[in-house]
Design a protein around this ligand. Structure first.
Ligand code: 13P
Length: 256
């Protein structure tokens, strides 16, 4: 895909975080069944990122479904003495097609730096999967007028030089909007996404136009259509509202 006019195919991704026992598989199955039953498929790729324990079973159950399975984090090396960790290769072997890296909860609670996030992005590429690289400002940074600076700096440092539209998706998630019911105004979302797009094009040339930029943070069925219509918003990264089939389908409906 080339040129400023060509919009990338959107992606609606659900991040279940530390939620979801076996019983939750039914929710993803209900989403898949509803999508499969439609005459016209949504104009978006759909991804669900459950806890790692469910990746393999869901990838198997949903292997023919119009919905892919991803993971929420990975280690940066391929294998070895890293008790409790999962490599991108292990997650690929389990059936994940994408891995979220650098989520603000990883950055905040596990002290992940941009440099580490970049190593993880490279690990995801090494395993042949798509990295969803998250960036976003805190409330304090927004109030201090630093949003664009912070986001562009995180983008610059968290992405490796081998970034392409196929191997990487960027997710802009303002930290203060996550799980709070608060969202930036459409104008604020447009400003940040335009700054991200400019930086992607400056660094990666024409390919920068085709790299998907998702918005995340309190996306709900009620606000999805409006948010997804903002320029340079190429889909959503959804937390809480991805846990229930009806809500997630309500968000996917923005792409009907
Ligand atoms: P919420 O949709 O629950 O605000 O979470 C957003 C998020 O962090 C997705 O990664």
């Amino acid at each position: 895909m080339t040129g400023e006019g060509a919009r990338p195919r959107p992606l609606v991704a659900g991040n279940w975080k530390m939620n979801g026992r076996r019983s939750a598989i039914a929710e993803a199955k209900a989403v898949a069944d509803a999508l499969a039953a439609r005459e016209t498929p949504p104009r978006a790729d759909i991804l669900v990122c459950p806890p790692a324990t469910l990746v393999m079973v869901m990838a198997e159950i949903l292997k023919d479904a119009p919905l892919a399975i991803g993971a929420q984090d990975c280690h940066w090396v391929e294998s070895g003495a890293h008790t409790g960790d999962l490599s991108a290769e292990i997650l690929a072997d389990a059936g994940a097609s994408a891995i979220i890296v650098g989520h603000s909860e990883r950055r905040a609670y596990h002290d992940e730096t941009d440099l580490l996030v970049k190593s993880k992005q490279q690990a995801v590429h090494r395993a042949g999967l798509t990295a969803i690289v998250c960036i976003g400002e805190t409330k304090g940074q927004r109030l201090a007028g630093q949003t664009i600076d912070v986001v562009v700096r995180q983008l610059e440092r968290s992405l490796c030089d081998a970034t392409t539209p196929e191997n990487t998706v960027v997710a802009y998630e303002p930290v203060w909007a996550i799980g709070t019911g608060l969202t930036p105004t459409n104008a604020d979302v447009a400003d940040v996404h335009a700054a991200i797009r400019d930086r992607l094009v400056a660094r990666f040339g024409e390919a920068g136009h085709a790299i998907r930029i998702l918005y995340g943070g309190s996306v709900k069925p009620q606000n999805a259509k409006e948010l997804m219509a903002v320029a340079n918003v190429d889909g959503a990264l959804v937390g809480g509202a991805s846990l229930k089939a009806a809500d997630f389908l309500g968000i996917i409906a923005a792409y009907e």
